[in-house]
Write a protein that binds this ligand. Structure first.
Ligand SMILES: Nc1nc2c(ncn2[C@@H]2O[C@H](COP(=O)(O)OP(=O)(O)O)[C@@H](O)[C@H]2O)c(=O)[nH]1
Ligand SMILES: [Mg+2]
Length: 292
């Protein structure tokens, strides 16, 4: 049998490389489009959100980001801000984070306004859309955590100049990496935490950070099932936050690469929160109507 000539082999190899590159470019385009359309959906949902009972039309939804110290609450806030604002380049911290160890960077309740970037090439002047993320001081360690701590974290009714807004939805941040004993202890507290949140008429979303620490699909499914069962919710997401140590460079801050998984997950979580806020507002206004 005659051996294929070298130019033919070269042509086949070039065609294979070009085909592979085209497939990769197509996949990247599809992913970019998915993120852009999710962000557009968030903007539309925010514009359609009904006002707080008796409030101004433009009140942004207030989402409490709660959880135990060093589980990634502030990092979640920073990740959400980056994805909503469609930022590239170095990671900008809106909420201060601290490396693992004693002491937390978040000592006071802080409201971070996450602005949603406008549509690409949108000609007309669009109203600004934003979500208020409340970065709360940490809940005590799982072993000492009580229902009263959760109730205190949810705060009062809000209002007043400079006061944190009243919470309308809760994102509960839980680290899925790290010592399994610590995680199991926190997971066992979930029924108590979830019921304190629900008693306030609030919905909750659970975010399992440090996703890359989960080694197998089976482990992920086991953790997800356990968390969903204990907290009685299917709103459970795995996420790898953007963190500043990934941009460490001895000469200058390095640009952080945006990841499709992180962007898409955090935007999905925010979209879900807006839906829960919508439910919460319509329920509160029904209650106000029946009391009249
Ligand atoms: N690898 C990894 N590190 C994370 C993640 N989220 C947070 N961290 C790191 O965990 C530490 C504590 O995070 P921080 O957001 O300050 O926790 P907080 O106390 O709950 O607000 C910081 O060093 C972060 O860089 C994550 O998803 N993956
Ligand atoms: Mg913090």
């Amino acid at each position: 049998m005659p051996r294929p000539s070298l130019p033919l082999l070269f042509k086949v190899a070039t065609a294979a490389v070009t085909g592979g590159a085209a497939l990769l470019a197509f996949r990247r385009l599809n992913r970019d489009e998915a993120v852009v359309s999710l962000r557009r959906e968030i903007r539309d949902a925010l514009h359609l959100l009904r006002p707080v009972a008796g409030g101004a039309a433009a009140t942004p939804p207030a989402v409490l980001v709660a959880g135990i110290r060093a589980h990634g609450k502030s990092s979640f806030v920073n990740t959400a801000c980056r994805a909503l604002a469609c930022e590239a380049g170095p990671l900008i911290l809106r909420a201060e984070t601290a490396p693992p160890g004693p002491g937390s960077a978040t000592v006071a309740r802080r409201v971070v306004r996450a602005v949603v970037a406008g549509g690409q090439g949108a000609e007309e002047e669009e109203e600004e859309a934003m979500v208020e993320l409340v970065d709360a001081p940490a809940l005590p360690e799982a072993g000492r955590l009580t229902r009263a701590d959760v109730e205190a974290a949810l705060g009062g009714v809000g209002g007043g100049i400079g006061a944190a807004p009243a919470v309308e939805c809760v994102v509960l941040v839980l680290r899925c990496g790290g010592p399994a004993k610590e995680r199991n202890l926190a997971v066992r507290k979930l029924p108590e935490i979830a019921s304190a949140i629900r008693e306030r008429g609030l919905h909750l979303v659970i975010v399992l950070t440090h996703r890359k620490a989960i080694k197998s699909l089976k482990e992920a499914e086991d953790v997800r099932r356990e968390v969903a069962f204990r907290a009685r919710t299917d709103c459970v997401y795995f996420m790898e936050n953007y963190i500043s140590s990934n941009t460490l460079n001895i000469r200058h801050p390095r640009a952080l690469r945006n990841e499709f998984e992180t962007h898409f997950t955090v935007l999905t979580i925010i979209r879900q929160c807006i839906e829960f806020v919508k439910l919460y507002r319509s329920h509160s206004s029904q209650k106000t109507d029946t009391m009249k």
